[in-house]
Design a protein around this ligand. Structure first.
Ligand code: GLA
Ligand code: ZN
Length: 663
């Protein structure tokens, strides 16, 4: 497409006289695309059926005169007051039965038929109006689906949809009673009509019901998006459809949602006001980009890339000179074909007055504008070449929404967080400059030398077989604590000791375990003692050898990590949550034994990453710190951008290339 840099623009927040200045400055900055209109329903339809798209057409035309194209957002994350007045039942109900009212955003129930009709009317009009507009290239459906919809909605409309969803899944109420284990606490149902949305109970909840509820909510969001995607496809067959994801957010299964889209987009705020300080975001952000790339296994767009201070009522840290560019190029290094900065100009009104943009409140171009301009001019000439290229990692980490949901329902240990646990493994590879892909548990694993499958808690015979086949054919697999605990309905398995059938490839069984509640644990790995936390599987070897053993508690001197050869492959079973130090050394041992390539060596805060096609490999070297750093590459590349190989200024980004024949 040849579009690589842009901004999120809200012309409706500013007087008409200002728009020319904005367009000129954007052109000077190197902006090629804007996203607009995703929160301006009222301005486009101030009364039912009275459409006002002329202001938007004018903005689009003006930007087009400056060589800027437009992505339009459907404004369905904030229905106007007149819709709420006409259909108050659109407002969602929370777990306590309270109505979440108009006045912010996301005050909509996604199953509500009246709301769906408002959407049909509006999105039809909007898509018809812009279908043939030469400067409009695509659509963003809604905005950050799932954002603020946690635990929503408990209304009657959602209840009846949930009942239908359950009936379709289970067929008969007897099946559901069995699958949910309703013999416990007299929870049996006579009919689907008795099943409610999970409003607050006196105490406790059914874990199988809660897992179904989370999957239902995800399916509902996908269905809500499809409602719009169908209208857009019909009216605008030449436009792309995307959606702005939120990294590892989990309210909707992003793999499922991706099936509706031409490509995935992402929003990222590495220094948002919710991030803990001091915050070293590089590994976490890298993981976010990698998981985004995994949702459709293709390059993506950044639809909101942090450009400046981020916060609502309170604010995060100022962005250091150079840091925004480092973040932007990190996105590109991991697979972004386009980077759209949030937002063009810091807003003077509303909830997000302190969520800053490329321009400050004054609208005068300053340091951030100059940096963005330098960035686009420096890298735009290379961006066409990257388009469509992908990293080609040798290592994959399995990522699953269902496993995540199951741990949200029952975390096992109060601090066990599925995504956090994955991040721990990811960081060990990241620090060794080893690129990683995320994969679904149903994906073909055979192209990876090493697969890490943390917390495989919900297990099915198919998934067991998938892992067994991978290892039997020469794969290297890391499995962990809490594997094979439950069946697909979130019910504990009873036919074998943990970790179930996978015990055969692990060469172990786990008759007992210890939840390390308010307690740390230590293990001996090699000659060194390390801390571990949260969990200790008490392992009996049935063929594996011990790689690390506990040094504490009644199970001291028993295995904490086991290694087993199985047919052509190898499995490591990790029965505890390693500290960062143990993770680093254990992963070092594993990658050496499967001969995984590293891109080079560099201190923490310096990132190495590649994108490739069949002919060429581009290597990105990024300094995420405000200090000078040195690094070494393991291969010979030609420096394309940057000053001095093996040396980095604060926040410097360097770009290298290598073709098939070497430099
Ligand atoms: C999200 C939204 C934007 C904006 C920013 C800042 O990422 O998509 O509309 O609200 O956050 O809060
Ligand atoms: Zn509802």
């Amino acid at each position: 497409m040849g579009i690589h840099f842009g901004v999120d623009y809200y012309p409706e927040h500013w007087p008409r006289e200002r728009w020319e200045t904005d367009a000129k400055l954007m052109q000077e900055m190197g902006v090629q695309v804007v996203r607009m209109a995703e929160f301006s329903w009222f301005k486009m339809e101030p009364k039912k059926g009275e459409f006002h798209f002329e202001w938007l057409e004018e903005a689009i035309a003006l930007l087009a005169e400056h060589g800027i194209q437009t992505v339009l957002g459907t404004p369905t994350a904030a229905p106007p007051a007149w819709i709420i007045e006409e259909n108050p039942e659109i407002q969602p109900i929370d777990t306590q039965g309270r109505v979440r009212r108009f006045g912010g955003r996301h005050h909509d129930c996604q199953s509500n038929p009246a709301y769906r009709e408002h959407i049909r009317r509006f999105v039809t009009a909007m898509t018809k109006r812009f279908a043939d507009h030469p400067a409009v290239i695509g659509w963003q459906i809604d905005n950050e689906l799932g954002n603020s919809h946690g635990d929503l909605c408990m209304c009657d409309s959602c209840k009846s949809r949930y009942q239908q969803w359950l009936e379709k899944k289970y067929g008969t109420i007897e099946e559901l009673n069995e699958a949910w284990g309703t013999a416990f606490w007299s929870q049996g149902y006579n009919s689907f009509s008795q099943i409610g949305t999970p409003l607050i109970t006196a105490v406790g909840e059914n874990p199988s019901a809660m897992l179904d509820w989370k999957c239902f909510c995800s399916d509902l969001i996908v269905d809500f998006a499809k409602w719009q995607a169908d209208i857009i496809r019909e009216n605008c067959p030449n436009h792309f459809i995307t959606h702005n994801y939120m990294c590892f957010d989990d309210k909707v299964n992003y793999y499922d949602l991706g099936e509706l889209l031409d490509f995935v987009s992402n929003d990222i705020y590495p220094a948002g006001n919710w991030q803990k300080q001091p915050h070293q975001p590089d590994a976490e952000m890298a993981a976010s980009h990698d998981v985004i790339r995994s949702y459709k296994k293709q390059p993506f767009w950044m639809m909101e890339q942090q450009s400046n201070i981020a916060g609502w009522g309170t604010m995060g840290r100022a962005v250091n000179p150079g840091q925004m560019s480092a973040w932007a190029m990190q996105s590109v290094a991991h697979g972004a074909d386009a980077v759209v900065f949030f937002r063009w100009r810091t807003c003077a009104v509303g909830t997000e007055q302190f969520w800053h943009g490329i321009l400050g409140h004054s609208g005068k171009p300053g340091r951030v504008f100059e940096e963005a301009k330098a960035l686009t001019h420096r890298f735009a000439p290379h961006m066409d070449a990257f388009e469509g290229t992908m990293p080609r990692p040798e290592v994959a980490i399995v990522h699953s929404f269902r496993q995540n949901y199951a741990f949200q329902v029952q975390p096992n240990h109060p601090d066990l967080w599925y995504v956090g646990h994955i991040h721990k493994y990811y960081k060990a590879f990241f620090d060794k400059k080893i690129p990683v892909d995320f994969v679904q548990d149903t994906d073909d694993l055979s192209k990876y030398k090493l697969v890490v499958a943390p917390l495989q808690y919900l297990m099915t015979p198919e998934l067991e077989q998938h892992y067994i086949d991978y290892v039997a054919n020469g794969g290297h697999l890391i499995l962990t604590m809490r594997t094979g605990v439950k069946d697909a309905n979130n019910i504990c398995m009873t036919d074998r000791e943990l970790p179930g059938k996978l015990g055969d490839i692990c060469g172990i069984k786990i008759p007992e375990y210890d939840c390390l509640f308010h307690k740390e644990c230590a293990v001996l790995f090699g000659k060194k003692e390390y801390k571990t936390e949260k969990w200790a599987d008490i392992i009996t070897l049935t063929g594996a050898k011990t790689l690390a053993e506990y040094t504490t508690s009644f199970y001291k001197e028993t295995p904490a990590i086991a290694e087993n050869k199985y047919e052509q492959g190898k499995v490591w079973y990790v029965g505890t949550e390693p500290s960062d130090e143990l993770m680093a050394d254990f992963v070092e041992y594993v990658v050496d034994s499967c001969d995984i390539k590293r891109l080079g060596t560099a201190p923490e805060g310096v990132e190495l990453m590649t994108r490739e096609n069949d002919g060429q490999t581009w290597l990105f070297v990024i300094n995420h710190t405000n200090e000078e750093k040195v690094y070494k590459l393991n291969d010979t590349y030609k420096l394309l951008e940057g000053e001095r190989e093996e040396y980095l200024k604060p926040y410097e980004v360097q770009l290298f290339v290598k073709n098939k024949y070497g430099r």
